[in-house]
Ligand binder design. Structure first.
Ligand SMILES: NC(=O)c1ccc[n+]([C@@H]2O[C@H](COP(=O)([O-])OP(=O)(O)OC[C@H]3O[C@@H](n4cnc5c(N)ncnc54)[C@H](OP(=O)(O)O)[C@@H]3O)[C@@H](O)[C@H]2O)c1
Length: 294
């Protein structure tokens, strides 16, 4: 069955943590009859008040939906819930929007294939408050034909729904790469505030200046993507040797104030390995070549 644009279809959401509730709420907002289930009681009362049907078991919930969206803490949890439900899932589309590693997504896809189930794997890349808005990014991977059948219903949680390819591990792989960037940046962010505090600078005073750095990141991301794609690392504007000297200044200041040095030491070590490999005149992106030496 193909789900026409905006036509209501029965959707089940398994898992009413913060994200499961946001997803179910977005399906309700879009007018889809929505059935919900959660392992423990007491979650999602406001969804029921808005018209969601609460199933008394995961199996009852699955049987109520044509699309079954599962969003639990990880794939240990979703395997536990879904394994006994292969029979009930037959003829439905199963979409796992919980986060885990690419290998677990591929294993889940192999299990679904073994039971002849239509399966998409996905990842929600935005916080709960953004789900269902035009800024929501939700990634999907799996069989293209399955995605095409239900893509319009998935617009309720994020539009455009981003289809990445037929390898079921791809949504998790993009998720990992994006979160790698996010947490690396988050580590730098809190360290910058610690360094500033140690130098007598108030956090509120620093924040607007840090935002000027955040503002140049989109261009840097684009340029780095192009460099890594071509494996040409043109560094005439800002070369790696100069930037590594800058890292050394931050490290020196950090040590002088007795602050934690872990992330900076790791960054400097990677940069020095790239310089030793001959990338000193190249761009910062050339460090990729020593991070991935396969
Ligand atoms: N929250 C966000 O901003 C956000 C953003 C992007 C992606 N995500 C991803 O979305 C997924 C869910 O996150 P969340 O924020 O909803 O987490 P959460 O609020 O901690 O909820 C976790 C959910 O998993 C269920 N669960 C855990 N172990 C279980 C088990 N063994 N059997 C059955 N159910 C189990 C919990 O059920 P109980 O209520 O019974 O404990 C609950 O429904 C995660 O993979 C997370 O990485 C979240």
């Amino acid at each position: 069955m193909t789900y026409a644009n905006n036509s209501p279809i029965p959707i089940t959401v398994l898992g009413l943590g913060a994200m499961g509730q946001a997803l179910a709420g977005a399906f309700l907002d879009a007018g889809h009859p929505t059935t919900v289930w959660n392992r423990s009681t007491g979650k999602g009362e406001q969804l029921v008040a808005r018209g969601a049907v609460r199933a008394s078991s995961a199996e009852e919930a699955v049987r109520a939906g044509e699309l079954v969206v599962v969003c639990l803490v990880d794939y240990d949890a979703s395997d536990k819930v879904l394994t006994p439900l292969a029979g009930a899932l037959a003829g439905r589309v199963l979409i796992n929007l919980g986060s885990d590693i690419p290998q677990r997504a591929r294993e889940a896809a192999a299990w679904a294939k073994e039971h002849s189930l239509d399966y998409l794997d996905g990842a929600v890349m935005v916080p709960v408050g953004v789900v269902g808005t035009e800024r929501a990014l939700v990634l999907y991977a799996g069989e293209r034909a399955v995605f095409d059948r239900c893509g319009s219903a998935l617009k309720a949680i994020g539009e455009p729904a981003a289809f990445l390819g037929e390898d079921h591990g791809l949504a998790a792989a993009y998720d990992m790469a994006m979160l790698d960037f996010f947490y690396g940046a988050m580590g730098g962010l809190v360290h910058a505030f610690a360094l500033a505090r140690a130098e007598g600078i108030d956090g509120a005073a620093l924040a607007p200046y840090l935002n000027t750095i955040a503002g140049i990141l989109p261009d840097i991301v684009e340029r780095t993507g192009a460099d890594v794609h071509s494996r040409v690392y043109e560094g005439s504007g800002a070369n790696l040797a100069m930037m590594t000297a800058s890292v050394e200044h931050i490290l020196h200041t950090t040590k002088g104030r007795g602050l934690d040095t872990g992330q900076l030491v790791a960054i400097k070590a990677a940069a020095e390995r790239a310089i030793a490999a001959g990338h000193g005149p190249d761009s910062w992106s050339s460090i990729v070549e020593v991070l991935d030496e396969r």
